[in-house]
Design a protein around this ligand. Sequence first.
Ligand code: C5P
Length: 228
Amino acid sequence: MQLSIALDLPTAEENLALVSKLSQYDDLWMKVGFRSYIRDGRPFIGAIKAINPHFRIFLDLKLYDIPNTMADAAEEIAAIGVDMFNIHASAGEIAMRTVMARLNKQQQRPLVLAVTALTSFDEKGFSAIYGKGIDEKAVQFAKMSYENGLDGVVCSTFESRAIKEVTSGDFLTLCPGIRPFGEDAGDQQRIATLERAKIEMVDFPVIGRPIYQDPDPAGKVAQILPLL
Ligand code: C5P
């Protein structure tokens, strides 16, 4: 497993202070989300790489638009030097194929994941939009993403193994809602420990609060790394 740290602190300064505290660990992924990227943009990505050029960047912008606009955006994301980004699976197969065809023209491209079901949906709200239950649709979206050349999906730890069974063991799963040692769930509904994530063959556990709210984030990462 590869640890992905959610940089969800309120300011760029606080996020970069956290990144600096973790600078000794080369193998980390840094998840940059909507708020950070809209506010702090490309210089923020550069600032992370300046702290440790080995850190890899997951740009969590969840693209959703018409296929050509998504492919244009994907190309710009690749040009920033980001290592992984995501799109909404519900943007559809043509969008997936258009994005991947554009990126595959490049010698090196970022990994592309699809968001299956946002965890904020309850069953009723989800089926009002997608016409099916969350579990069924998440697996269907994962299959669609695999068949159209994406590298993996964002999903719950508890869906990871089922998704690999209908796609491939190499099809990546990135899973938030991880509480490494069973820490406070916060607003997460279904949490998993790292031990469970490993059993479920998660490739990228995403961890935010259990690391950045710890008084010693570097010490916490030191405890986590041997379990990956
Ligand atoms: O602090 P915590 O470990 O709960 O952070 C999880 C991260 O994963 C946050 O950045 C959150 O926005 C993100 N995320 C999530 N559930 C999803 C998709 C993303 O918690 N379904």
